[in-house]
Design a protein around this ligand. Structure first.
Ligand SMILES: Nc1ncnc2c1ncn2[C@@H]1O[C@H](COP(=O)(O)OP(=O)(O)OP(=O)(O)O)[C@@H](O)[C@H]1O
Ligand SMILES: [Mg+2]
Length: 251
């Protein structure tokens, strides 16, 4: 690909992405229930596509559906919407934690994601061991991580707790470790879900400053927050989700 087209290629593109969860998978059906369920599904199919496009049926639930947008490089997009509208699911698809049930996506560059508190950490390992593990998942060698670890621990302000198993960490301590690690690996695309809200005010300010510095270096950011002020401060534009679908036009 020519250099000029590389610069104009979006950092993230989603086309018609949907994630469907299958409900009641663990349920043991009697033969009668099984036949009724098959007949119901066949009836739905015979009634046509419209019916299948609803968010919930007896067996399935579409957490997100028909999600299409693209994020140009260097842009910060805020994902907004009420609880359960599909923000974290969308971010999980982009970060590669979840595979979409349908649709296509392209994510270009190194991604670092902070989506669920404590996700990706092994509770039995210490903070230090988790840093080495997490950094290796992001492609850093042990030697590279050794050079960065003091900076990560200092940013997280966890020096006194770094050799303790993370299962004993508070929510805010999880968020500190996660953010410090996710942002130190110098990603091209940074994904930050709600998790920062559990940090105390001074730490939140530090995170905001670091995200500002990412923006200045033309990094791409996807940011979820229920704080309208934070969204307004950081984001160049927003995408609102409602009931698993986009409720605002593609920016
Ligand atoms: N593993 C799962 N199995 C079934 N349904 C799920 C699963 N994970 C999420 N969902 C459902 O998908 C929908 C979207 O969830 P998601 O976590 O993406 O919402 P959200 O917008 O991030 O909400 P919040 O603002 O509360 O964080 C919700 O209705 C949720 O119940
Ligand atoms: Mg969420």
């Amino acid at each position: 690909m020519a250099t000029s087209s590389l610069l104009t290629t979006p950092a993230v593109e989603l086309k018609g992405v949907g994630v469907r969860y299958q409900l009641n998978l663990e349920k043991v059906f009697s033969l009668k229930e099984l036949l009724v369920s098959k007949a119901t599904r066949l009836g739905r199919q015979l009634r046509g596509r419209e019916q299948q496009k609803t968010r919930r049926t007896a067996d399935d639930f579409w957490a997100i559906r028909d999600i299409s947008f693209s994020v140009p490089r260097g842009v910060c997009i805020g994902l907004t919407g009420r609880n359960g509208s599909g923000k974290s699911t969308t971010l999980k698809v982009i970060s590669g934690v979840l595979h979409p049930t349908e649709g296509e996506l392209w994510v270009r560059g190194r991604v670092s994601a902070l989506i669920e508190l404590g996700a990706g950490f092994n509770p039995d390992l210490t903070g230090r061991e988790n840093i080495y593990f997490g950094a290796s998942v992001s492609g850093l060698s042990r030697a590279e991580t050794a050079k960065r670890i003091d900076r990560i621990v200092d940013f997280a302000e966890l020096r006194d707790f770094i050799d303790m198993p993370v299962r004993n960490y508070s929510s805010g301590m999880y968020a500190r470790l996660g953010f410090a690690l996710a942002t130190d690996v110098d990603p091209d695309l940074l994904i930050v879900d709600e998790v920062l809200s559990v940090g105390d005010a001074p730490f939140q300010q530090k995170c905001k400053d670091r995200m500002e510095s990412f923006k200045k270096r033309n990094k791409t950011i996807l940011f979820v927050s229920h704080d309208p002020q934070a969204i307004q401060d950081f984001c160049d534009t927003t995408i609102e989700l409602k009931d698993g679908r986009i409720n605002s036009p593609n920016p």
